[in-house]
Design a protein around this ligand. Structure first.
Ligand code: DX5
Ligand code: ZN
Length: 218
């Protein structure tokens, strides 16, 4: 089943409760919350309060994407704030610390997930694959919404979907960056089952139609 995870980076921050209700009404399953620290990526976004506030007004799955250096410092606090899925980047720390951070997330009863940036090869997920419930493949350089989809990430997506089939069945495969009603199709064809959409979702005149179109590819 294909799921849609609208990124609230593109929401109206002055009307967040309204927009979160809109996510639910349109049939999305997840809320994608992008956390940026100005170091791992050249931008700042939001932090713990947005996770806890979203949790307070919505019962959708809280899909938190940490674009921060040394995430081990903060993973427990994001779990306590209400993350249901907590994603850390493989590039953000040593392999040892990344494994420890994933264990800490699991110990909190939250689903651990890893993410790879465009220049990071598919093989980089392998040391962690036994520990995770979701793998996120970036289809733009992380840091900003509204960038163009990198179709050249599709072979990597497919390779990771094969790793999942062989070694970690049931693990979800998510894509993030430049996903719209057209690019979603190629993502699903290459194995993705969770599609993050920021600008395409919030710009869509009919959000239910957008969600239904994306789901129809599954
Ligand atoms: C980018 C973020 C994305 C972003 C996607 O660093 O991780 O989640 O909000 O936005 P669009 O869908 O507009 O590319
Ligand atoms: Zn994201």
């Amino acid at each position: 089943m294909v799921k849609v995870s609208p990124s609230i980076l593109s929401a109206d921050f002055a009307n967040m409760e309204r927009d979160l209700q809109m996510l639910k009404d349109s049939g999305a399953e997840y809320i994608h919350i992008d956390i940026m620290d100005g170091h791992f990526v050249p931008n700042l976004s939001m932090g713990f309060p947005m996770v806890s506030a979203s949790k307070r007004v919505s019962d959708l799955v809280c899909d938190v994407h940490l674009m921060i250096d040394t995430p081990i410092r903060y993973v427990e606090r994001f779990c306590d704030a209400g993350a249901d899925i907590l994603t850390i980047h493989v590039e953000a720390d040593t392999e040892e610390n990344t494994k420890k951070a994933l264990d800490m997330i699991r110990a909190k009863g939250v689903k651990p997930a890893i993410c790879v940036k465009p220049k990071t090869p598919a093989e980089a997920v392998l040391p962690f694959i036994d520990q995770v419930d979701l793998i996120l493949v970036m289809t733009v350089e992380p840091g900003f919404g509204g960038q163009s989809f990198m179709a050249d990430m599709m072979p990597k997506l497919k390779k990771i979907s094969e790793y999942i089939r062989e070694r970690r069945p049931g693990c979800e495969l998510e894509v993030d960056g430049g996903v719209n009603a057209e690019t979603a199709k190629t993502c699903v064809e290459n194995g993705a089952n969770v599609l993050v959409a920021g600008s395409a979702y919030f710009k869509a005149a009919d959000k239910t139609e957008f969600v239904n179109t994306v789901k129809s590819y599954g």
